[in-house]
Design a protein around this ligand. Structure first.
Ligand SMILES: [Zn+2]
Length: 107
């Protein structure tokens, strides 16, 4: 779900405003990297929910997205770790306590 579709991701309001067709210089920029002579910036399209104030930003041009794909590090998918830690807690054996109890009964 994205606010480009006109609905707020946070509160569900349909009153979304955008500076996409801005007639003013883009002040929302992000540094992409160091170019040959000066740093390279990307202009951001910003979407604002005027009901709750939630803001979403998108890189505006496909060239900037290509640059990021070539130069930025990939984050990767991290859900594998959470699956692993869940398995570990499942393996905590409740049998250990039972075993100890039967031993004390015998002695
Ligand atoms: Zn909202």
């Amino acid at each position: 779900m994205t606010m480009k579709n006109g609905q707020c991701r946070s509160c569900g309001s349909f009153d979304i405003r955008s500076n996409r067709n801005r007639k003013f210089p883009a002040l929302n920029t992000m540094t992409l990297g160091l170019g040959n002579s000066s740093a390279r910036y990307a202009a951001l399209d910003t979407y604002v929910c005027v009901n709750c104030g939630y803001v979403e930003s998108y890189v505006a041009s496909p060239e900037d997205l290509n640059y990021i794909q070539d130069n930025w590090e990939s984050v990767g998918v991290k859900c594998e770790n959470t699956v692993r830690s869940r398995k570990n807690s499942d393996q905590l054996p409740p049998r250990h306590d039972e075993h100890w109890r039967t031993q004390t009964l015998h002695s």
